[in-house]
Design a protein around this ligand. Structure first.
Ligand SMILES: [Zn+2]
Length: 258
């Protein structure tokens, strides 16, 4: 759905919720915003509000055939033999709202929720200056931590990477499939600050903070597992609820329970 067509139409802004079909708060917010286009009209941006993976949302599943947020890879998109539902959905989104689409967008904001107790954060993929500028302005306004995802060859094809500028908003913790008013409210707040930042940039009046603090993704560490693949330990109790805090050599990470 399109809303808020305004004067500064250098390129539209795509706002996606429900890229993962079991994350229901952002789609709920976008549905309500879609019913009341005037709420966002003041930003003067050409907005496209989209449910990322409607088929998976209907089934309350993260995805049906393949994680949509790993589908934005030329090797998948350009393979005519690949008819997985999420790959087809990625092609649809790009054909309509991609930079060269029928309703072109230059920015993608991908709204997610998380079950982790890491609270609210922004995720950027790589070090594109426009992404970091957008993240810096939001961090300055809301104090959110920024997760810089880079250098992990096993995890690629994120939606945001297919647009010239884009980032992910993670809001939580909230269980999968559950609507919570505070989560909707926090998602809405982050979205409005992002749109205000883009509006300021479009009007050439964006002032950026002097510094940006990021948490770099250095790698993923799994729990120790039994020979049959089942976890052989849990997160160490002293590590619980200490997201975003440094891990030092010798700190306990996992605890084995007999
Ligand atoms: Zn997600």
């Amino acid at each position: 759905m399109a809303t808020g067509m305004g004067p500064q139409q250098q390129g539209g802004v795509l706002v996606v919720g429900g890229t993962h079909g079991n994350e229901r708060n952002a789609p709920w917010l976008l549905d309500s915003l879609g019913r009341d286009p005037q709420r966002l009209a003041g930003y003067g941006l050409a907005l496209q509000l989209e449910r990322g993976n409607p088929a998976a949302l209907q089934q309350n599943r993260r995805y049906l055939d393949r994680d949509l947020n790993r589908c934005f890879l030329p090797s998948l998109l350009e393979d005519p033999g690949n008819q997985q539902r999420e790959v087809q959905r990625a092609r649809e989104l790009l054909a309509r709202c991609g930079p060269g689409g029928s309703q072109p967008c230059l920015v993608a904001i991908d709204l997610h929720s998380t079950t982790a107790a890491m609270g609210n954060s922004l995720v950027v993929y790589g070090r594109r200056p426009a992404d970091l500028a957008l993240a810096a302005a939001v961090q300055f306004a809301l104090g959110l931590p920024i997760y810089l995802h880079e250098g992990d060859a096993s995890q690629t094809g994120y939606l945001c990477e297919a647009w010239p500028c884009g980032l992910v908003v993670e809001v939580g913790p909230v269980p999968q499939g559950v609507l919570q008013p505070l989560i909707v409210e926090q998602t809405s707040l982050a979205l409005e600050v992002l749109l205000a930042t883009l509006q300021a940039a479009a009007q050439d009046r964006l002032r950026l903070p002097r510094q940006l603090v990021v948490h770099r993704h250095l790698g993923s560490v799994d729990l120790p597992r039994d020979g049959d693949g089942r976890p052989a330990a849990l997160l160490h109790p002293r590590r619980q609820h200490r997201d975003w805090q440094p891990l030092h050599n010798g700190d306990p990470v996992a605890g084995v329970h007999q």
